[in-house]
Ligand binder design. Structure first.
Ligand code: ADP
Length: 252
C-alpha cells in the first residue's frame, strides 16, 4: 500500500519542554488514521508540525515523496493537506457562505490578491468559488443555512461549517482536530456520516479524537502518544487490548 504521510524522528521542543519526542509513523493511502493519547501528549503539536503551523525542532516529514518539514503552511495546503481546528477558526460575524468562499479563494490562482487582477477574471473566479461553495454546502447538508451568520448557529453547525471550509481547499489528506468534541449524540452521528462521505470522495482522513466509539468504529489504524512519544500503533482491536495504552489512559 502506498504511503501518503511519513514522519521520521520528529521532535518538537518548546523552550525546554519536549512536546513531541522522536516520533516516526506512517499513514497508508486510503485510510482513516487516528492519533490518540491523553491530554498534553503532543497530538495537536504533531498536526501543527505536519501542516506547517509550527516548525519541527528536528526530524523530517514527507507527504508522498515530497519533504514538507520546512515548507510554509500555504504551500503545504496547496499540495493537498487540509485541516480543521479544535478551537474553530471561523469568521463568526460573516455568513456560512462567506466563510466557505474565503477558503475557496485561498486556492484560486490569484489567491487573496484577486482584487489586483482585471475585473473580468476576478468575476469569473468569484463565480467558480461560489458554485463550489454551493456544492460543498449541499454535501454537508447546510445549503439552507448559507446566509446565516456563523455566530447565530449552534456549535454543531459551526463545526460543520469549518469542515466545509476545509473541503473548499480541495484536500487529498484532511486533518481533523477533535471532530466529535462538544457535539451532542445526534450531531456526532451526523458528523461521522459526513466524515465517511468525505472519505468516500477519495479524501484520506487523519483524526485526533477522544471519543473512543468514533475512533474504534471508523478508523482502520491508530497511533498512540503518551508524553510526546509513540507508545503503540495498530488496528482498533490491537490498540484496545494493548497494555501500554490501557496504562497510559488509566494513569491520566
Ligand atoms: P494534546 O494535543 O495531546 O493535548 P498538545 O500537543 O496540545 O497536546 O501539547 C503537548 C505539550 O506541549 C503540552 O505540554 C503543551 O502544554 C505544550 N505546548 C503545546 N503548544 C505549545 C506552545 N505553543 N508553546 C509552549 N508549549 C506548548
Amino acid at each position: 500500500m502506498k504511503t501518503i504521510l511519513r514522519t521520521e524522528n520528529v521532535v518538537k521542543n518548546f523552550s525546554g519542554l519536549v512536546a513531541v519526542r522522536d516520533l516516526s509513523f506512517e499513514m497508508a493511502e486510503r485510510n482513516i488514521h487516528a492519533l490518540i493519547g491523553p491530554n498534553g501528549s503532543g497530538k495537536t503539536t504533531t498536526i501543527n508540525m505536519i501542516t506547517g503551523a509550527f516548525p519541527v525542532t528536528s526530524g523530517r516529514i514527507f507527504y508522498g515523496d515530497t519533504e514538507i518539514s520546512t515548507m510554509p503552511t500555504h504551500q503545504i495546503a496547496r499540495l493537498g493537506i487540509g485541516r480543521t481546528f479544535q478551537n474553530l477558526k471561523l469568521f463568526t460575524s460573516m455568513t456560512v457562505m462567506e466563510n466557505l468562499m474565503v477558503g475557496g479563494h485561498q486556492m484560486m490562482p490569484s489567491g487573496i490578491l484577486r482584487f489586483l487582477i482585471d475585473p473580468a477574471t476576478s468575476r469569473k473566479e468569484e463565480k467558480q468559488v461560489e458554485e463550489k461553495a454551493k456544492q460543498v454546502l449541499d454535501f454537508i447538508g447546510m445549503y439552507d443555512l448559507k446566509d446565516e451568520k456563523v455566530s447565530s448557529l449552534p456549535y454543531g453547525r459551526q463545526k460543520m461549517t469549518e469542515l466545509g471550509r476545509a473541503l473548499m481547499m480541495d484536500p487529498k489528506l484532511l486533518f481533523l482536530d477533535e471532530p466529535a468534541a462538544g457535539l451532542n449524540p445526534s450531531e456526532r452521528v451526523e458528523f461521522v456520516n459526513i466524515m465517511l462521505k468525505t472519505f468516500d470522495l477519495g479524501i484520506d482522513l487523519f483524526l485526533i479524537e477522544h471519543n473512543m466509539d468514533v475512533v474504534m468504529n471508523i478508523c482502520s489504524r491508530i497511533t498512540v502518544l503518551n508524553f510526546g512519544a509513540k507508545i503503540a500503533e495498530g488496528t482498533p482491536d490491537e490498540i484496545k487490548n494493548n497494555d501500554e495504552v490501557i496504562k497510559a489512559y488509566l494513569g491520566n
